[in-house]
Write a protein that binds this ligand. Structure first.
Ligand code: 3HC
Length: 311
């Protein structure tokens, strides 16, 4: 009976039907989506930290307002995604606990430091650019709540990418020191952004099954290549040099060939040994502890309202 139900489920997926929370689904489908969506949500929340670091030090009021709006958007993306993950049966508290206990991942990219204002430009241009590449196909993910959350996220992400690129353009048209800051930021963020797309397809343990279930519409390497092809011309327009001597355009293939990615660095960052892993986790744990009284007060208020309604 279970095999027949799994076959019927796969037939729905193959027919491009959307799976909704109350539909029957294989436990492994539920598990892998809970894993991916909750870690995507954790990425949005942790991603607020490197950028938040520059809200009080933005160079102008205009830049401060745009960065504030972007960080607030990331918080909202996190909330949509935790809500989407909750429809699969795991509570928000449980997901928070997994992150704070170091049992859940978040995107490797947020374990790098934001050393100058130019990093805020590079993050908007490159990190949000990479996130868009990854999130557009997720709008067509077979699981309804995740796909619908992605549609809203992608609209806001494109503003993030544009404001980042505009920061980089301003710096590159500024003084020699400003252009050097932009080049330094590109040098430090380029390779970690390529790692955002995940391990090479040959080492991606979830890709095959995620592709079969139409959670993943493109492989890690396909999205990485799309990102490189779209981004290299943008960097050239800025007059910047990519930190990759092997970067060369392959006319025949119509793609930019790039050098070897340091997967040992990627493994180290995932193992918790990146430049900022400990700092990011401490900041999250401290923020969660500092916010406990707000959560308790909100719960007490909600219970009082419920008692009054039932009285
Ligand atoms: N950082 C941390 N962990 C990563 C990773 C990365 N960049 N890339 C892969 N991994 C992990 C996977 O989670 C998996 O570990 P797990 O089994 O413990 O979850 C393992 O490495 C093997 O990788 P796979 O390729 O087999 O895993 P997936 O099929 O899940 O593919 C993924 C990885 C492409 C990141 C996929 O999970 C995905 O598309 N996630 C949703 C998108 C997302 O999380 N984006 C975060 C970008 S940052 C962001 O969105 C904020 C933006 O506003 C700036």
């Amino acid at each position: 009976e279970e095999a027949a139900r799994a076959d019927r489920f796969q037939a729905r997926i193959d027919a491009e039907e959307r799976i909704e929370p109350n539909d029957w689904m294989p436990e492994a489908y539920r598990r892998t989506l809970t894993r991916q969506i909750s870690q995507h949500a954790h990425s949005e929340i942790v991603g607020m930290l490197p950028e938040g670091n520059w809200i009080t030090r933005a160079p102008t009021l205009k830049r401060k307002a745009a960065l504030l709006a972007k960080v607030q958007d990331e918080a909202g993306h996190g909330l949509y995604l935790y809500s989407a993950a909750e429809t699969l049966g795991t509570s928000r508290e449980e997901m928070f606990e997994q992150l704070l206990a170091g049992r859940a991942k978040y995107s490797s990219i947020f374990n790098y430091p934001t050393l100058t204002w130019a990093d805020i430009g590079a993050i908007g241009w490159l990190v949000d650019g990479a996130a868009i590449m990854n999130q557009i196909p997720l709008c067509r993910c077979s699981y309804g709540p995740y796909a619908r959350a992605m549609v809203r996220v992608c609209k806001e992400e494109s503003f993030h990418q544009r404001q980042g690129y505009e920061i980089m353009l301003t710096l590159c048209r500024g003084t020699a020191e400003q252009k050097a800051m932009a080049q330094d930021a590109l040098n430090r963020w380029w390779w970690p952004c390529l790692m955002m797309f995940g391990p090479p397809d040959a080492e991606s343990q979830h890709s095959d099954q995620s592709a079969k279930w139409k959670i993943k519409r493109f492989s890690n390497d396909e999205l990485r290549q799309k990102f490189v092809d779209a981004t290299v011309p943008q960097g050239q327009y800025l007059g910047l040099t990519f930190p990759d001597p092997d970067l060369a355009y392959d006319e025949a293939a119509g793609h930019w060939r790039y050098g070897a990615i340091d997967w040992e660095e990627f493994k180290q960052v995932l193992a918790g040994n990146g430049p900022c892993n400990r700092q990011r986790m401490k900041q999250r744990r401290d923020a969660h502890a500092a916010g406990a009284w707000v959560r308790e007060a909100a719960m007490a208020h909600a219970e009082k309202r419920t008692r009054r309604a039932e009285a």
